[in-house]
Design a protein around this ligand. Structure first.
Ligand SMILES: Cc1cc2nc3c(=O)[nH]c(=O)nc-3n(C[C@H](O)[C@H](O)[C@H](O)COP(=O)(O)OP(=O)(O)OC[C@H]3O[C@@H](n4cnc5c(N)ncnc54)[C@H](O)[C@@H]3O)c2cc1C
Length: 468
């Protein structure tokens, strides 16, 4: 390839882009990565997964200190919040991780090119950055990993003060008196619970009949809602917001539900109705890269676009907009480029909502199993009967295992627990190996652990729980 400067130029340094760059470099490819933002790491590290989890952790500590310390015999009379310090810590966490990506780029000899990348043709990426000379990168392969941006409602434009998206929702300088969240998915519930714990009156408005409706079991939605209501969050389900008036004083919203017209007032509205792929300015048409009818970059099962040497992964392509989905595709696409058999198992991608308790899900829900007319056996176990949960004061939640009634193969797992995001991993692994509930039930789990509830739920598939 005499005319190419690189074997791979990656556009975008999120969990898709930076991981693909590393894996490609490990496989011996000469790689450059183009990033328009000041720091590496994309949405996830800068304004997504990581800062939201930092704030969730801080505010969970606050809530536990206020609500549960006394029961543990801890006397802390004056608990107050220094929001500035909380935000500073969040930024330090972000800085550590984005800096870590920079270190990894150096370690793997990946050239970082700062600036906005666009396609000039199928082998050329033009990069422009303020104050720097434009560059033209000639490359054998191009990987589009440009991620996504928040969706705006047509009648409720982001002014980033009164009408905000998650980028501002993780960085408010003061606690609003009231916050209305539109959308009861992961981002709305997580950030809603952060600001509720900090003292805001939070109302979540959702068009669908239940919260966490996409990818989560109906029972999960129910338990999660009950716990978030205990926290003081209010929910307006089956409700559509249709118009809004924004003023210096706040936002007035009008809409409707089955009973008729409804209206709300709030200091701040957080719009969390989803994200859309970001392809603006990439000039994909210059290289002949096609989009799907939903505006995502169209790819085949190898993450290859309509142009064979141009690939795309992560939020900009079809599938759940999750960091670990982008991450897995990144490894597979680099391996495919290097002539190895990279593969992603799209059937087994866990999803998590990091509220307190957390909700985690993998595979089929009970409702989906019914819709597909599958004959399944369901085992359930509540954390109220789990020794470790009782000792740790974290008894909210349950584990549900869904197995094929005939073969016993596990088809889905649903967990609500303080650490559901961690507990789900063993069921994901089990499902990767096409394991059965019997495999899980016969696996020794350390005692006392919350993971014993997973084993008990597996035993319950066959009606033989030992602890309840
Ligand atoms: C508040 C919030 C919380 C979240 N929490 C979680 C979570 O807990 N778990 C989870 O799995 N997912 C979570 N997500 C989703 C997760 O952040 C995304 O799925 C993930 O970041 C997608 O990775 P990506 O590499 O596809 O794109 P991104 O991370 O969006 O990265 C794309 C990068 O490309 C750059 N870029 C775009 N266009 C260009 C261009 N033309 N030239 C140069 N650079 C460009 C962007 O600046 C960006 O840095 C969360 C998202 C948000 C908003």
């Amino acid at each position: 390839m005499p005319d190419f400067d690189y074997q791979l130029v990656v556009i975008g340094s999120g969990p898709g882009g930076y991981v693909a760059a590393i894996r490609a470099a490990q496989l011996g490819l000469k790689v450059a990565i183009v990033e328009k933002d000041a720091t590496l790491g994309g949405t996830c590290l800068n304004v997504g997964c990581i800062p939201s989890k930092a704030l969730l952790a801080s505010t969970e500590h606050l809530h536990f200190a206020r609500e549960r310390f006394a029961a543990h015999g801890i006397i802390a009379k004056e608990i107050s919040v220094d929001l500035g310090a909380m935000m500073k810590r969040k930024l330090e966490v972000v800085g550590k991780l984005t800096g870590g990506v920079g270190y990894l780029m150096k370690k793997h000899k990946i050239e970082v090119v700062k600036g906005f990348g666009k396609l000039a043709d199928a082998h050329t990426v033009d990069v422009s950055a303020e104050g720097a000379a434009p560059r033209q990168l000639k490359t054998q392969n191009i990987l589009i990993a440009t991620g996504s941006v928040p969706i705006e409602l047509p009648f409720l434009k982001f002014d980033r003060k009164r009408v905000i998206n998650s980028d501002q929702g993780i960085a408010l300088a003061e606690v609003p008196k009231s916050m209305l969240v539109i959308g009861a998915g992961a981002i709305g519930l997580e950030l809603g619970s952060v600001w509720r714990r900090l003292g805001a009156e939070v109302t979540v408005v959702e068009f669908l009949p239940r919260i966490a409706a996409v990818g989560f079991d109906a029972e999960t939605s129910k338990i999660l809602q009950r716990n978030l209501e205990k926290l003081g969050m209010k929910f307006e389900l089956n409700t559509k917001i249709e118009s809004a008036q924004v003023s210096e004083k706040g936002v007035e919203l009008k809409g409707s539900n089955a009973a008729g017209p409804v209206s709300f007032k709030a200091d701040i509205v957080l719009v969390a109705v989803g994200r859309k792929p970001f392809t603006t300015g990439l000039e994909l048409e210059k290289a002949g890269v096609k989009l799907t009818d939903r505006g995502r970059v169209a790819v085949n099962e190898h993450s290859q676009t309509s142009v064979p040497n141009i690939w795309a992964i992560g939020d900009v392509t079809d599938g759940p907009m999750l960091a670990h989905k982008a991450h897995e595709e990144a490894v597979a696409v680099a391996e495919n480029m290097a002539g190895k058999p990279g593969h992603v198992n799209y059937q087994i991608i866990p999803g998590v909502i990091y509220t307190a308790p957390e909700a985690a899900s993998v595979g089929l829900t009970e409702e989906e199993a019914k819709e597909k007319k599958l004959n399944v056996s369901v085992g359930k176990f509540s954390f109220t009967a789990n020794g470790r949960a009782i000792a740790a004061d974290t008894t909210d939640g349950f584990v549900k295992i869904i197995a094929d009634a005939k073969t016993d193969k596990v088809l889905g797992a649903h967990i609500v627990a303080s650490n559901a995001s961690e507990l789900i991993a063993e069921t994901v692994l089990l499902m990767e190996f096409s394991g059965s509930s019997e495999d899980l039930a016969r696996t020794i789990h350390a005692h006392p652990t919350m993971s014993e509830a997973v084993k008990e739920a597996a035993l319950a598939v066959d009606g033989r729980m030992l602890s309840a």
